[in-house]
Design a protein around this ligand. Sequence first.
Ligand code: S3P
Length: 438
Amino acid sequence: MTWKVTPSGPLSGEIDVPGDKSITHRGYIFGAMARGRTVVSNPLIAEDTESTLKAVINLGVKVEREEGAVVIYGEGKESLTEPGDVLDLGNSGTSVRLLAGLLSGCSFFSTLTGDTSLRSRPMARIVEPLRMMGAAVDGRGEGSLPPLSIRGGGLKGIRYASPVASAQIKSCVLIAAISAAGQTVFTEPSLSRDHTERIMEHTGISFERDGNTLTLDGGQSPSGAEIAVPGDISSAAFFLVAAAVLKGSSLTVRGVGINPTRTGLLDLLEAMDVKIDVKEQPGSGPEPVADITVTGSGSLKGLDVPVEWIPRIIDEIPLVAVAAAAAEGRTVIRGAEELRIKESDRIATTVRMLRRAGVDASETADGFVVEGGADIRCSDHDSNGDHRIAMASVILSLMGNSSSTVVDTACVATSFPGFTNSMNSLAPGTITDLAKDQ
Ligand code: S3P
């Protein structure tokens, strides 16, 4: 699909965004491992999370869809059965890495694969600890790329220090550790999103935290639970940044998850002089929720982004680049080499997006430098099959003074199928569908 994006002026009003992708994946996986009924309410219904749900169904778990919820009738992880076919996880790195942890604890054979992008994403980071735990995991490139084959079972606990602050690595190891005999001690260099730890607490898995080290005794079983999924802050981020850069905007996104390991963008926008108001709401699930209002003054200032903020803004960095383009002065991102191995090489695709719009931007090995304040020119953007680049290109185009296009936008369905409707509900006619791509 190709979108035509027509600048709309300031954005005002209130919107909701779909449920959080990370928490929905975990709700389904813990529901499959649990004994008892798990109700995942307000789940994200999008290609990535549907990939996890389909995999869970293919492992023999009974699942029912209700209005606004998915109900999982778990009978314990011992009841999972060998899938009759390869599990295809589409574009979803989280699905492959978290399910590899689950399947390593199951004494049967399974194979995990995905689309071209997923099959080029690094897996040695999870294969190494899973092999240490005793799982027979293999894949292309000596186990470094999907498809991955797993013959699981008989795991033992390990001590493992992850070289990267990655919630996918942490979650993979923790999920496997639940099935292992003995203790697992996992350390990460800085705290990555902690949704797995919260869901473990919520479903009765005990563990200890000491700084960035987690200790968990194996042989436990989660209990069925109500898992209330808040709005995804990574989806809200597109509208928050749009309101921040479009002078005269006043926009509220309702019911957004504000887990502190995910709210780096809010701190960053405040540091760039954007006015943000966060009103915490009573929540019922394992995660805090708030209504977030951004008022656009049109005067942002560039920022040397502290390296320690990177894990808390990792999925929002293309949008940081958009805010940087609108800001006075220079913005620098460093310590973000993980971006090179996301759904696209997001350092390259982000910088390309800015340059197409006439912004002075350049890549570094682990980030980029943006000189802000230039006029944004209308341009032809290409998502490169990356949902977040497609949506960030739309927000950047809103700052132009005539229409732009974005090609290859079907990927947006992996995380935010209703994005065009949400955008057009705020500013009618902003996105129109020009043509179906071949
Ligand atoms: C995710 C963790 C992050 C993030 C991804 C979702 C998760 O990846 O970029 O979109 O749900 O655990 P890494 O753990 O690889 O940093």
